[in-house]
Design a protein around this ligand. Structure first.
Ligand code: GTP
Length: 242
């Protein structure tokens, strides 16, 4: 690893794919998969980095899919946000079992099961070595969990957002359809927007671009990838301002 395996960052945001949590079972949370993901996140926490996490909800319910099936978009997105709370609680439990103190903060009030999102409290938790998991997206319909991750990353002054996902990174066209698709190792936010590359939604990319938040996209399923990315290894795709 570059840097002899030393981390390049002090405070990071990790966006985890919700869909990854279902493993091979096609729905919900696969017990071995949540343990794997918790171990991957725990490994970077153990490097002494302040770790915050946003996890998607696509393994349980996707707002966009609900609305395309005829539901009201706001109702469908509200359901999607609740799905992220379930995943956040599962991840918190799995990380605590690995000895990592966690706090779950929800953008939607549900005080009996999670703390409310309070930015300064989240920062204190991070300073005290607790991993903070932000649940319920931004608390608003029409915004994705990618946008929530970009927003929270900026609010808590994370230096970078790692998107640990189902694919290796960004291609110039859909590799599932075009076998000539070329892998992109580095790209600007503007190129992502202009070429409409589906790495994150446009709102998330624009918000990151406007505030110079670096993004690094890579495959969650390759063991050790979050640690590699944190140590500056050139895996996946990096998205910057130029
Ligand atoms: P310090 O202020 O640094 O001591 O942080 P702390 O999180 O340990 O203290 P606090 O007394 O705020 O919280 C104690 C426990 O209660 C932690 O596990 C929190 O996650 C949890 N907690 C705090 N506020 C809420 C809340 O509004 N709802 C729920 N469900 N849990 C909460």
């Amino acid at each position: 690893m570059k840097n002899n395996g030393r981390p390049e960052f002090k405070r990071i945001m990790i966006k985890l794919s919700g869909e990854a949590l279902m493993g091979d079972q096609g729905f919900g949370i696969e017990p071995e998969m949540i343990k794997y993901v918790a171990a991957e996140v725990a490994a970077v926490h153990e490097m002494g980095i302040q770790v915050s996490v946003v996890v998607g909800g696509g393994n349980i319910f996707r707002g966009i899919a609900g609305s395309s099936a005829g539901m009201d978009r706001s109702a469908a997105d509200n359901m999607g946000m609740l799905a992220t709370v379930i995943n956040s609680l599962a991840l918190s439990d799995a990380m605590e079992k690995k000895g990592i103190a966690t706090r779950v903060q929800s953008a939607i009030s549900m005080n009996e099961i999670a703390e409310p999102f309070i930015r300064r409290k989240a920062e204190r938790h991070l300073e005290k070595g607790r991993a903070v998991i932000f649940a319920a997206g931004t608390g608003n319909p029409y915004f994705t969990t990618d946008t929530a991750a970009v927003l929270r990353a900026q609010e808590i002054h994370a230096e970078i957002l790692f998107k640990a996902t189902q694919v290796d990174g960004v291609y110039d066209m859909d590799p599932a359809i075009h076998k000539e698709a070329a892998f992109i190792k580095r790209i600007s936010y503007m190129e992502v927007l202009e070429q409409q590359l589906h790495v994150m939604d446009m709102t998330a990319i624009s918000l990151a671009m406007d505030n110079d938040l670096p993004l690094h996209v890579f495959n969650l399923h390759t063991k050790g990838n979050i640690a590699r990315a944190v140590c500056g290894e050139a895996i996946g795709t990096r998205i910057y301002n130029n």
